[in-house]
Design a protein around this ligand. Structure first.
Ligand code: EPZ
Length: 426
C-alpha cells in the first residue's frame, strides 16, 4: 500500500442519498485474532477491504492459517487447522498495533507465545501494561528480552478476578481470549464494553465460549475445553457512520444510513441534535439513522470517554464540523495523550482553535479555505476530508495510508453522496 499520494477534496455542497455501512474495523481485528482459538474454517461477512485487515491476514498466515478474502463480496474465510507457530516478529508487530491481540489466543492455544512490543504512534505511547499484568494475574509467566515478551503458563489457573485500572478495549479482548480455554472462572471488572467488544464476545459465544455480563461493567468467563469455527456478519462500523453523518452535516445535506445501529452512537447523535441537525432513527427494523442538516449549526461541547461516552475516534471528525458552528465549542480528549494534532491542520484551513493540554476551544468561523494538510492518524484523515468538503476551493489531505488503514474505499461512498473527492495514489 503506497504511503505517497493524497486525497483531493473540493467544496461539495448538500451531500445527499443513501449508503450502506461496511463491517467495523475495530470488531473484525479482534474477531480475526479469536479465530486462533478454533481448529477449522470460519467465515466472516461484511469484512472491510482495508489495509489493517490485510495486515492481520498476513499475521495469521505467518502463523500457518490459510485465508481466502473475497474483497468484492467482503467475505473472509480463515482456516486455522494448520496454525503451528506461536511467535510474532517485530516487523509484523510494528505494522499494526492491533497485532498485540494475538497474544491472548496464542497463549491459550499453545500455553506459550513470544511477541514483540507493538510500536507507539503519534496519538500516544500505546503501552500494553494492562494486558501483561492481566496475563500474569491469570497465571502466565512473562519475561522481557529487549523488545520481545515471552509468556508461558505452567500451572492451571485458579478462579481469578481482574480489576482493570482503565477499561482498555485491547486488554479486555486479550484477557477474554486467554480465559475462554482456561479451567475455572475469570471475572474482569472495569471491562471495556464498546459495541465492537460486544460483537467480538458474541463471536466467542457462538464458538462455544461461556461468557456472561454482570454489573459493574463485569465480564464473567467460565473456561471450556475447546471452541468451534463459526460464521458471523461483522457489525456495521459506527465510525464510518459518524464520518458520513458529519460529511452531510457540514455540507448542509441529507443522508440515510439504513443499516446503522443508533444505540451504538447515542451520545454522538445527541451532540448532532445539539448542533441543530435533525436526526431520525429506527426506520429499518429498529436500525437506521437519517440526518437532515441545519444551515445554522450551533456550537456544542464534547469530552471523549470509554463507551457509552463520546468516542475518541469521532473527536477529530466532530471537531471539523464544530469549526463552522456558531459560537464556542469545547473539546476535551481524555482517552489518548496526544490526539489533537489535527487542530493545527484545521487552523491552516482558517479554523479558530485554541488548545491547552488535552483541551481545545473551537470558535466557529463562517468559512474554511482549502489548502494542503497532513493527517496524523486514521480519524484525523476523516476529519480533514470532512473539513475539505465544506472549505472553499481544493484541499489536499496527505497521509493516505491512514485513510486506507481505517476505511474500505470510503471515498466511493462520499462520491455517491455527491462529494467531489478522489484519491490520488502516486
Ligand atoms: C482500541 O484501541 C481501538 N483500536 C482504537 O481505535 C480506539 O481509539 C481505542 O480502542 C479506544 O476506544 C482497535 O480496536 C483495533 P485502549 P486500544 O487499550 O485497544 C491506555 C482507530 O482509530 N492503555 O482502550 O489500543 C492507552 O494508551 C483506533 O480505529 C494503557 O495505558 O485502546 C490509551 O491511552 C485508534 N495500557 C487508553 O488506555 C494498556 O495496557 C485506551 O486504550 C492499554 C491501554
Amino acid at each position: 500500500m503506497s504511503m505517497n499520494g493524497y486525497i483531493l477534496v473540493e467544496q461539495s455542497l448538500k451531500l445527499s442519498g443513501t449508503v450502506d455501512l461496511i463491517g467495523a474495523k475495530n470488531a473484525v481485528l479482534p474477531i480475526m485474532a479469536a479465530s486462533i482459538l478454533t481448529q477449522g474454517k470460519s467465515t466472516f461477512y461484511s469484512v472491510p477491504d482495508s489495509s489493517d485487515v490485510h495486515e492481520m491476514i498476513t499475521l495469521l498466515e505467518s502463523l500457518g492459517a490459510k485465508i481466502f478474502f473475497d474483497k468484492k463480496e467482503n467475505i473472509l474465510i480463515i482456516d486455522t487447522v494448520n496454525i503451528n507457530k506461536s511467535e510474532v516478529t517485530q516487523e509484523v508487530m510494528d505494522k499494526m498495533r492491533a497485532s498485540i491481540l494475538v497474544m491472548g489466543p496464542l497463549l491459550a492455544r499453545f500455553r506459550k507465545t513470544r511477541v514483540a512490543l507493538p510500536g507507539g504512534c503519534l496519538i500516544g505511547a500505546r503501552p500494553i501494561d494492562l494486558h501483561l499484568k492481566g496475563f500474569e494475574k491469570l497465571g502466565a509467566n512473562i519475561t522481557r528480552d529487549n523488545n520481545y515478551f515471552y509468556a508461558s503458563i505452567n500451572q492451571d489457573k485458579k478462579d481469578q478476578q481482574i480489576v482493570l485500572e482503565y477499561p482498555s478495549v485491547g486488554a479486555t479482548e486479550n484477557l477474554i481470549m486467554f480465559s475462554v480455554l482456561q479451567k475455572g472462572t475469570t471475572n474482569i471488572l472495569n471491562a471495556a464494553l464498546e459495541p465492537e467488544v460486544l460483537d467480538f464476545i458474541q463471536v466467542l459465544q457462538k464458538m462455544g465460549a461461556k461468557i456472561e455480563f454482570d454489573i459493574p461493567a463485569t465480564i464473567k468467563i467460565t473456561g471450556v475445553d475447546n471452541l468451534k469455527p463459526i460464521e458471523h456478519k461483522i457489525i456495521p462500523d459506527r465510525l464510518e457512520a459518524g464520518t458520513l453523518l458529519l460529511a452531510a452535516a457540514i455540507t448542509g445535506g441529507e443522508i440515510s444510513l439504513p443499516n446503522a445501529i443508533p444505540s451504538d452512537m447515542d451520545l454522538f447523535l445527541e451532540k448532532l441534535k445539539q448542533m441543530g441537525h435533525k436526526i431520525e432513527i429506527g426506520f429499518n427494523n429498529s436500525n437506521g439513522i437519517k440526518l437532515i442538516a441545519t444551515n445554522n449549526p450551533k456550537a456544542t461541547d464534547i469530552k471523549t470517554c470509554p463507551y457509552p461516552g463520546f468516542p475518541t475516534d469521532l473527536q477529530s471528525p466532530m471537531m471539523a464540523a464544530l469549526c463552522l458552528a456558531q459560537g464556542e465549542s469545547k473539546a476535551e480528549e481524555t482517552v489518548f495523550e496526544n490526539r489533537l494534532m489535527h487542530v493545527k491542520e484545521l487552523e491552516k484551513m482558517g479554523a479558530q482553535i485554541k488548545t491547552k493540554n488535552s483541551k481545545a476551544i473551537v470558535s466557529g468561523v463562517d468559512l474554511l479555505y482549502g489548502t494542503q494538510v497532513i493527517a496524523s492518524d486514521i480519524r484525523a484523515s476523516a476529519a480533514l476530508v470532512i473539513a475539505g468538503l465544506a472549505a472553499e476551493g481544493k484541499t489536499e489531505v496527505l497521509g493516505i495510508h491512514h485513510w486506507r488503514r481505517g476505511y474500505d474505499k470510503m471515498e466511493n461512498k462520499l462520491k455517491k453522496l455527491g462529494a467531489k473527492i478522489k484519491v490520488v495514489e502516486v
